[in-house]
Design a protein around this ligand. Sequence first.
Ligand code: GDP
Length: 423
Amino acid sequence: MDACTAIVGINWGDEGKGRMVDLLTENFDIVVRYQGGGNAGHTIVNQYGEFMLHLLPSGVFRKNVVNVLGNGVALDPEHLLEEIQILQAKGVEVTPDNVKISNRASLLLPWHRKMDALEESRLKEKQFGSTKKGIAPFYSDKYQKKTVLAGELFYPEVLHHHLNDLREWKNLVLTGVYDEKPVTEEEIDAWLDKYCKPLMPYIQDTSEFLMEELHCHKQILFEGQLGALRDLDFGIYPYTTSSNVLASYAPIGSGMPGVEIDRIIGVVKSYSSCVGTGPFVCEMFGAEADRLRQIGGEFGHRTHRVGPIDLVATRYGVQIQAATEIALTKLDVLSKMDEIPLCVRYRLDGVETDKMPFPSVLDKCEPVIEKMPGWQSDISGIRTWWDLPKEAQDYVKRIEDAIGVVIKWISVGPERHSIIRRG
Ligand code: GDP
């Protein structure tokens, strides 16, 4: 078996990566989160119940799996502590033995969330649809070298001065630009006591840990957040997230620079969904969209926009993720449709293309739709490829032909074992 595998999203996020990690972790020793923060979540249904994981790696439910939050993560202590406590209350073991936080992960500070909300409200109708979890202000501060590392918690004097300097600087913006109250030293001290100190036992040099484990031939799984089209550098900028979600970034964000990833499992959803604003060429509207949203359970804090599978965007996502194999999720959601639409190309200025256009012209693109016959039967109990209706097989093969990478798994329900392994 290969030592390093990544599971990453190919579309706009919410593809069902969490369920794939939860399923496949039985074969891995370590699961690592390498980017992002509490702004997106994986939903996992297993014997403990249904969980939304935002920060904790999805291997946390498996005994004997060590879960690492790498240096690339936006480490929000308040959010992480709450998540740990929710899991512990439901009987899931979360200890410094099975959850480790990189001492080089930067801390999302109390003002980051505030800055996020203030900027979104300043933008009014031009809002980006931020989750207001402070992720964009966090990453911009990180790259300005204006946040603190988790490991600094072990050096209280250095930390005290560092945080005071940052607080003074941030208060200039809060009071001067946004006319807000300044953050006080007492507020920061209370935040340190309440949320950061309890996390200290989990913090260590995870790079060293991971490299040692790799040399001991342990199997490592990198778990990506969001999807390729939200990648900061290669996504639909500026409607991207503020970090690199691509598998190529996993070794860096995990603290293992230069380590090669052997397998990249790209997760593709059988239809499209997109949360937040920005171009979404294949978007469907009206009753058809409402029906798909309903069956697909596409609800959350923010509206889930839906559409048919977008083969242009999916092929691009597969390419930039450099996926070596695909997991196609939520095929069961399409079961009741007479005909299944697919967005096969875009039309831009009257010319059809199957190449992903530059982000600035996406709003001008129209989807070219083809339809395939549906199967109109419940496939959620099916566990082998050969038992799938022919129409469902044809649909899967049509996607596979378009993206040029083998579809190895097909999920037909949210539960861990509602899966068809192919080949
Ligand atoms: P992630 O962020 O990529 O992990 O995706 P989410 O967790 O946001 O979204 C996936 C949603 O689809 C969750 O509610 C899952 O329980 C659900 N889900 C995953 N796979 C399937 C499937 O094959 N069929 C159905 N019906 N639901 C699924």
